[in-house]
Design a protein around this ligand. Structure first.
Ligand code: FE
Length: 349
């Protein structure tokens, strides 16, 4: 009798728990997200999304090895979607076969075709231009207008840049290959290397710092870092670095400035696929795009959303509309050129 009772209560417990799990509202209730993007940016977005949709977002902030983690988990992968920066990372995830194709009218309307995967495997959510931050005092407006000019001997010893192997630089070099071909890009890269003030080192902000310190006159960096430095109350010394430079958008008279993206993709085997698609769609919408613009000083991908007032104060950006996929495919060739010209050894004489 006691045994039967125990069996029954076990059974009813099973029924009860499966009944809870089977409720549709519960199933669509949450989404698990891997994010390479930082909490200060992601948290306000997710709070708004949950407020509006009732869908809870569980975020794991990944630093390194996210791809390996997803691949190792296979069909047991607990994440539904990934948020990350740089076309190189998005493309690596695509090539690894972990993304699931999403067909969405919302995403197709909100994200321009050159900023998303043609097969719906990933979607760009913000844009950032890789441009020159030049010394306000030592570089005249007309002195530098194109990426090509960075190789001009007139800038000998005046340029600072981080490692040529950094993903942002690899994408920039890949865009040069797309427009100019490999051999012209190699010559350009040799010229740029010869113009460096020092060996490539540090991050993007360190280049602006070097301009402030007089080490060089031109820093190559992503636009949003100027916003981050200019508003950095925790490290106010960075405001001085920001104040020393002026943004120069390059190639505004022809192809436009090189841009890169941050973006998202829905994972294969996502257990909360509908909620994951909803989240990515929401991130491409007007409200989320305005938050991205305001919090991280990036350029919206949505055509009806304006950059923040601070970003707008740098002037109008004409962006190169080269397909991100074209850039991704040329990343390997770009990396090879960096090695061939021994870019990271810096100026030789
Ligand atoms: Fe960055």
């Amino acid at each position: 009798m006691l045994k039967r009772l125990i069996q029954f209560s076990c059974l009813s417990a099973v029924i009860a728990s499966s009944a809870i799990i089977a409720l549709p509202v519960q199933a669509a209730d949450e989404v698990n997200l891997y994010s390479y993007r930082q909490p200060f940016l992601i948290q306000p977005l997710m709070t708004k999304f949950t407020e509006q949709t009732g869908i809870k977002v569980n975020v794991v902030f990944a630093k390194k090895g996210m791809l390996e983690k997803i691949q190792a988990a296979g069909s047991n992968n607990p994440a539904d979607a990934v948020l990350t920066v740089d076309i190189g990372r998005l493309y690596a995830l695509k090539q690894a076969g972990v993304f699931d194709a999403v067909k969405s009218d919302v995403l197709e309307a909100n994200v321009p075709a050159n900023l998303r995967d043609p097969g719906g495997l990933w979607f760009g959510l913000t844009q950032r231009a890789r441009i020159a931050m030049v010394s306000k005092e030592r570089v005249k407006e007309s002195e530098l207008t194109t990426y090509e000019e960075l190789a001009d001997p007139k800038f000998k010893g005046r340029i600072c840049i981080r490692s040529g192997k950094n993903a942002y630089n690899v994408a920039l070099i890949a865009s040069m290959i797309a427009h100019k071909g490999e051999s012209e890009t190699k010559t350009w890269l040799e010229g740029l290397k010869a113009n460096l003030a020092r060996k490539p080192q540090g991050n993007d902000r360190a280049q602006a710092k070097a301009v402030y310190e007089g080490v060089c006159d031109i820093a190559i960096a992503n636009t949003y870092y100027l916003g981050a430095m200019a508003t950095n109350d925790k490290k106010p010394e960075q405001k001085k670095w920001a104040d020393a430079v002026r943004i120069t958008f390059l190639n505004q008279a022809d192809r436009g400035a090189h841009v890169n993206v941050s973006g998202a993709g829905v994972l294969k085997n996502a257990k909360n696929r509908d909620a994951a698609v909803k989240l990515v769609e929401w991130l491409s919408g007007k409200e989320a795009q305005a938050i991205y613009a305001e919090v991280n000083h990036e350029y919206p991908v949505h055509k009806d959303v304006q950059p923040s007032a601070l970003v707008a104060s740098w002037g109008d950006l004409k962006a190169d509309n080269l397909g991100m996929e074209d850039i991704a495919r040329l990343r390997e060739a770009a990396t090879k050129l960096v090695d061939e010209v021994k870019f990271n050894e810096g100026p030789t004489s």
